[in-house]
Structures are given as structure tokens and as C-alpha cells.
Ligand binder design. Structure first.
Ligand code: ADP
Length: 337
């Protein structure tokens, strides 16, 4: 690790911190993720090992590139290519939302990245604005695979894991142990409107409030999820909210186009079995209309090539604000099942 010079802190998560560093020999700028002391904390070790294992397997232009892994004095360090900023930084800069074309370009790549993970039977499980990195020329790189995991085999169940409440699908909220790729599709649905409007779609301040937000716009849970809710000891004595009048998304956000509403509603099917795959999503009007997918694929190829040839911009457009501990609910929350 001596070969790296620390330039500053770019992010802090529940299990470590991310620093911007320069390789003193090559001058290359990297992001180094330093995990907390690992030896005495089994959870941190498990998360670090999982992230390393998955990232070594997963190489794709829309996933953050792991350059090397080091261990020093009981700590694990992951060295990544440095990526300019996150979608959360964009949203902080444009609090009323990002423009439609930029959102389409981001979404297209987010879905490609998730689709690649899913094709390797890996679910990300924590898709949210701060885990979506954006390069200086607009190339998306998904990061934070600490909670990603391979799909459970039939009969196998998932144990404890951590996820951010606002992007959590109903099956996770009620404690369904049989969930799958559809949880990432749900998170994409929450992201679309947030990127366009600038406000989180379902900003619940507790798990029950989260369900209330969801049901207010999308209606009742499916019977299986209702049953699971009433069996879940975490909700003992609590009743599911009764929604007198559902406010559909098109009514809540009248300015959003029909293509956006259609896309969002497909991602936010309350029944996970009805949610589309990433491949299906890429066939939505949002991408097919005006030949966007075709045109953008060409544009993207050129951009990726250009970034390979010139990895560092002369000057970054967005300078990162110092990360403060805003205390909002985007934080990680522990689900035990
Ligand atoms: P944690 O698992 O501790 O939450 P993340 O992998 O989510 O760590 O990274 C935390 C933050 O660090 C991200 O939200 C982002 O701001 C920043 N970050 C992560 N990876 C990179 C990278 N490769 N380049 C630049 N910034 C990064």
C-alpha cells in the first residue's frame, strides 16, 4: 500500500471508507476501499470476502473495475479504478431532477450492468444513487458489491443482510426468504422517478412506513406477502395499512411521460414474479422510441474507447463535496431473517 499517496476521502460506508489515492510510481488515480479491522469482526470479513470474490468474477464496462486486492495489518484494501462522481452527487447538484436524456443514458447502462450480474446469477441487492458511479464522460459503473450474492439454490435460504430501506422491494420488507433478481428491478423503478424528479419515490422512515408509502401508490400487497407480514415477529401486533384511495404514479407525477410511467410501473409490479427481466426492460418504449438504444450503443462504444485511451480528464466537471453524515434513511439498515 506504500505505493499509494492519499489525496482525500470520497466515501464512508458502514464497513469501511473509500479514499482517493495516487499511485506514486505511475501517477494513476485510484479509489481504495479500506475495510474496518477484519480479524475480530466476522461480518466485515464476510462482506469483504464476498465483494472480492464477486468482483474478480464480474468484469463489465458498467461495473466498477477492481485493480488489486491487498491485506496489511489485518485490514483488507480493495483498489479500484477511480470514477468521477455518483448519481447522488448529480442529484445534489440538480435537486429538481436530471434531464430526461441524461436519465435515459444512465438507466440504459444501469440495466446493462445489472443484467450482466443477473446473467451470472448474482443479485446486487443494494442499488441506490450512491452506489452508481458516473465517469467524467457519463459512463456508469455500479459499485458496492458487499451485499451482492449469488442466487440461492432451490431450498437454500438467505441469511442476514443489509440494504437501504427506500429502495427495498415489498418481498424484502415483509421478510420473504425466497426473493430473487426482481429486488434489483424494484430498485431501478425507485431510481427512475428519483432521477427525474429529484425526490425519493418511497422515503419511508420505518419498515411499516415504507410499506405504507408503497401501498399508497401501488395498492395492496399480494396475498403471500400479506401472510408473511402477519407471521413476521418483527411486525407482531402491527396491522398492514389500509389504503382508502390509491394514488397512481401518473397522478402523483403528471409531468412524467407515458413511456416513463410505463417503464416505472413495470419495475414496480408489487408481485415480484410479474417484474420484467433486464432484457425485457431494454425493449421498453423508453429505449426503443426514436431509436435511442441503437444510437446510444454506438455513442457509448466510442466513449468507452476514448476513456480507455485517455483515462483522466483535464478537469472534472463535478467536484465532490465533502461527504457529511446527513443522517438520512439512505443509510444501511440491518435485516435479520
Ligand atoms: P461501502 O460498502 O463502505 O458503502 P461503497 O463501495 O458503497 O462503500 O463506496 C462508498 C462511496 O465511495 C460511494 O458512494 C462513492 O461515493 C465512493 N466510491 C466507491 N467506489 C469508488 C470508485 N471506484 N471511485 C470513486 N468513488 C468511489
Amino acid at each position: 500500500m506504500e505505493k499509494y499517496e492519499i489525496l482525500g476521502l470520497v466515501g464512508e460506508g458502514s464497513y469501511g471508507m473509500v479514499m482517493k489515492c495516487r499511485n506514486k510510481e505511475t501517477g494513476r488515480i485510484v479509489a481504495i476501499k479500506k475495510f474496518l479491522e477484519s480479524e475480530d469482526d466476522k461480518m466485515v470479513k464476510k462482506i469483504a470476502m464476498r465483494e472480492i470474490k464477486l468482483l474478480k468474477q464480474l468484469r463489465h464496462e458498467n461495473l466498477v473495475n477492481l485493480l488489486e486486492v491487498c491485506k496489511k495489518k489485518k485490514r483488507w484494501y480493495l483498489v479500484f479504478e477511480f470514477v468521477d462522481h455518483t448519481v447522488l452527487d448529480d442529484l445534489e447538484m440538480f435537486p429538481n431532477g436530471l434531464d430526461y436524456n441524461r436519465v435515459r443514458k444512465y438507466l440504459f447502462q444501469i440495466i446493462k450492468g445489472i443484467g450482466f450480474c443477473h446473467s451470472h446469477n448474482i443479485i446486487h441487492r443494494d442499488i441506490k444513487p450512491e452506489n452508481i458511479l458516473v465517469s467524467h464522460s457519463g459512463i456508469i459503473k455500479l459499485c458496492d458489491f458487499g451485499f451482492a450474492r449469488t442466487l440461492a439454490a432451490p431450498g437454500e435460504t438467505y441469511t442476514d443482510y443489509v440494504a437501504t430501506r427506500w429502495y427495498r422491494a415489498p418481498e424484502l420488507l415483509v421478510g420473504d426468504i425466497k426473493y430473487g433478481k426482481a429486488v434489483d428491478i424494484w430498485a431501478v423503478g425507485c431510481l427512475v422517478t428519483e432521477m427525474l424528479i429529484g425526490e425519493p419515490l418511497f422515503p419511508g422512515d420505518s419498515d411499516i412506513d415504507q410499506l405504507y408509502h408503497i401501498m399508497k401508490n401501488l395498492g395492496n400487497l399480494i396475498p403471500r406477502h400479506q401472510e408473511l407480514f402477519y407471521k413476521n415477529p418483527l411486525f407482531a401486533g402491527v396491522r398492514l395499512p389500509e389504503i382508502k384511495e390509491v394514488e397512481p404514479l401518473e397522478k402523483r407525477y403528471p409531468k412524467l411521460s407515458a413511456a416513463v410511467i410505463e417503464f416505472t410501473k413495470r419495475c414496480l409490479q408489487i408481485d415480484p414474479d410479474k417484474r420484467p427481466s433486464c432484457a425485457d426492460l431494454l425493449q421498453c418504449d423508453l429505449f426503443i422510441k426514436d431509436d435511442f438504444a441503437e444510437r446510444f450503443t454506438q455513442e457509448l462504444k466510442a466513449k468507452i474507447q476514448k476513456e480507455r485511451d485517455h483515462p483522466l480528464p483535464k478537469k472534472s466537471k463535478i467536484s465532490r463535496k465533502d461527504k457529511d453524515d446527513s443522517g438520512d434513511e439512505r443509510k444501511m439498515l440491518l435485516i435479520q431473517d
